[in-house]
Ligand binder design. Sequence first.
Ligand SMILES: *Cc1c(COP(=O)(O)O)cnc(C)c1O
Length: 225
Amino acid sequence: MPSIQQNIELVTSQLPKGVRLVAVSKYHPVEKLQEAYDAGQRIFGESRAQELVSKCPQLPDDIEWHFIGHLQTNKARMIMPNVTLIHAIDSIKLLKVVNKEAARIGRTVDTLLQLHVAQETTKSGFTVDELLKAETLRQLDDLDLGNVRIGGLMAMATNTSDHAQVAKEFGIARSTFDALKAGYFAGNDYFKELSMGMSHDWRIAVDQGSTMIRIGTDLFGEREY
Ligand SMILES: *Cc1c(COP(=O)(O)O)cnc(C)c1O
């Protein structure tokens, strides 16, 4: 079986310049994260607040911790001291809470807005229409987000073997990202990340212009729930 180091090298050697790898370490023990760290990996993604805060102090402090899952509003406070980037902001309400919690401890936090492009209704996020609508953007203006930076978008494609369908959904995410970057976020240097691509579809995501892929299984093996 290839080592975690070999898995990381296999993925990173195929990434175009400027595309970053988030090692999705949820449900994996800290020993495995340490192994990835020793292989040079510095960005880790977790999807449960408790797990993130318990792993964080056990590992070196130059790690960037990303929260990649659905964040419940009542968990924002818990992760705020440790999190670098929150990938899946799926409502204006969550954005408000994150801003408030960041302000409470006097920091600024980076976030991505989650875009709903998949066919599955179980996946959350803003729709393309919502994000391009003046009304939503006005809501963003009204929020006065002093402690949150919106650094781009995050998207998940439908879980299907239909390559064309996945490419189409990632393509929609890319064009929505481009439209916002040229529009509402024009001149905003922070708005630059498009987080998309998991173990089974990251090559398609990279083809469609992803800047950040989130890989768990292909690096660490199957998760033990
Ligand atoms: C678990 C998870 C991943 C990684 O999934 P793999 O298939 O193990 O690569 C990526 N993104 C999100 C949002 C996840 O929850």
